[in-house]
Design a protein around this ligand. Sequence first.
Ligand SMILES: [Zn+2]
Length: 294
Amino acid sequence: MPIEERHRADIVEIGRRLHDRGFIASNDGNISVRLDADRLLTTPTGVSKGFMTPDMMVTTDLTGRKLTGDREPSSEILMHLAVYEHRPEIKAVVHAHPPTATGFAVAGIPLDRAVLAEVVTTLGSIPIADYGTPSTSELADAVRQYIRAHDGLLLANHGALTVAHELFAAYYKMETVEHFARISLVARQLGGERLLSREEVNRLQDLRGRYGIAAPAPFCPPDRPEGKEGEDVSCQALEAPWQPGARLVEAQTVGSGGAAPRDVRLGLLGPDDGIRLTYRELTALIADAVKQLR
Ligand SMILES: [Zn+2]
């Protein structure tokens, strides 16, 4: 099968999977792939990506100008172009609105805690690109700031974006983002994640190198934020506390931005369950209570 035909068929299949999994509703989402040095193949605008046929796709040049196709290219083509411009090795981009990950994007909570080893080694952290009006260059600019250092992004009050060296890899990263978001949500409802320690994260970073797992950027050193205001992000900020000798560590910023896990945990327990708090948890509880009294 010629390569373009293969890509058209793969985009149809990925659209169907995004729709079946509830990652998109109505005409949401878009998918694109590089055909060669000068051309992209992209989903058309204004159709459900769950019910496309190969002939619906549109080819464009690297400025987004339509070359062939009966329909118009994706309205988010600028966001895709920003990725291809800044990541020459990237061949495919998937954008969708998976509900749990998008919930984090709407709540302003990035998926940047070191929780699952396979997510740390593959995607690393998943930050939130600033809000930009969909289909405008604002959104493309917001993506541009993070895309050099990340293969998966949340888009504030919008959705998620994943990129890879080929179409299905980009789609699977979207699955991972949503799966990770669901696990994070459940863990927070159950009282909050325990985090991988910084030592363990360093070990995982070494594994990236040993197994040749392509990561766009290293993790940021704990004492250095991801970048200065207005500058493009060049490393992956990951919450992983230092605790020598430990692999798992209690989160230090409990419930930042979300439901307070400690309150949830107390709420789930009856009066006879014998709540046991560590000294640190107890002092934090008292501090919270004092703050609320003020
Ligand atoms: Zn969208």
